[in-house]
Ligand binder design. Structure first.
Ligand SMILES: [Zn+2]
Length: 349
């Protein structure tokens, strides 16, 4: 089969690799219907994280189950399934506590699972899925082609935007500022609106993303950053700052922007992967009773909750995909996202 391999920074190749095989009894083989490139895939692409040897890549995919192991009971051949960006059993203590990203038996795509069997990367034609009953979520009924992009966002970005809103405690009537206009930031706007926020401020400098932000529910756009951006948010929130701020970037600047945009007593929900590790200014947080809550999004636990709204069209996170390419053009997909020609690229095997 074909799969995407990163060899070195800016060296993405689609190559022939061995077909996956069942090996642990609790696994499944999924034929990938759609996969995509994540903002975090750009880190090795840009050389920010090292690539010591060529390896498989991609962690967001949906597809159809082709085979299941003898111990699999919840997932059946023929199911259309959503895979979260990690492997989990969905039954251990951490999973039951809502932190399936810390599953005691979990793992990641593109590396060996805990039993030493390979779990393929998501950007390929097929994937061996460990712990299939826990990891995969079947979609009831038939799936129309037009529904595929929306379902694919439940693999990562929509669940991650939702996690930011949950971590920040968004409630009906809240004012919410969203820092970051990538796919996660745009999905965070959807999530804030879905949870009842009435003032939603998108911090974005890009006209096309501003337009999508408005269509997703943003009531205001703030294009400025730094002191001017903070002042603009305060002016839109009765002069005191936003009730909730969703940080969807992960840099020192974005965390600073988020914290300073809050009102006293507010909460920042952060899901931007901390790149270089922004440190929290504890004394200003203390003085203003501002909290910071969040982390790597346990999206597996959100799929069932968000799925009906995606299927009904009540929310349309699939619109974050503004470019679709065949899998063999994965290198072009990375380049398009790296050069910000695309918000998010969908790959079709
Ligand atoms: Zn678990």
């Amino acid at each position: 089969m074909l799969a995407t391999i990163i060899h070195a920074p800016r060296d993405i190749r689609v190559e022939t690799v061995p077909d996956p095989v069942l090996s642990t009894g609790d696994d499944a083989i999924v034929r990938v219907v759609a996969a995509c490139v994540c903002g975090s895939d750009l880190w090795p692409y840009r050389g920010i994280t090292p690539t010591r040897e060529p390896h498989r890549i991609g962690h967001e995919f949906v597809g159809v189950v082709e085979q299941v192991g003898a111990k699999v009971g919840r997932i059946a051949v023929g199911d259309f399934v959503i895979a979260p960006f990690y492997v989990c059993d969905n039954t251990c203590l951490n999973c039951r506590n809502g932190v399936s990203t810390s599953c005691l038996h979990g793992g990641w795509w593109g590396v060996d699972d805990r039993k030493g069997a390979f779990a393929d990367g998501g950007q390929g034609e097929k994937v061996r899925v460990p712990l299939a009953d826990g990891t995969l979520v079947p979609v009831p009924g038939g799936v129309a082609d037009a529904q595929v992009p929306g379902l694919l966002t439940l693999s990562d970005v929509m669940g991650t935007g939702h996690h930011a809103a949950i971590a920040a405690g968004v409630r009906p009537g809240d004012s919410v500022a969203v820092v970051g206009d990538g796919a996660v930031g745009l999905c965070a706007i959807i999530a804030a609106k879905r949870l009842g926020a009435t003032t939603i401020i998108a911090m974005s400098r890009h006209p096309q993303r501003q337009e999508l932000a408005r269509e997703f529910g943003a009531t205001h756009i703030v294009a400025e950053r730094g002191d001017v951006g903070v002042t603009a948010v305060h002016e839109l929130t009765r002069g005191i700052g936003a009730d909730r701020v969703l940080e969807c970037v992960g840099t020192k600047q974005s965390m600073d922007q988020a914290i300073r945009s809050t009102r006293p007593g507010a909460m920042v929900g952060y899901v931007g992967v901390p790149n270089g590790g922004p440190e929290l200014p504890v004394r200003p947080l203390f003085d203003r009773n501002v909290g910071v809550n969040g982390g790597v999004a346990p999206v597996r636990g959100y799929i069932e909750e968000l799925l009906p709204d995606v299927l009904s069209g009540a929310i349309e996170p699939g619109r974050v995909f503004d470019l679709e390419l065949p899998l063999r053009d994965a290198a072009d997909a990375y380049a398009a996202m790296d050069e910000r020609r695309a918000v998010k690229v969908l790959l079709r095997p």
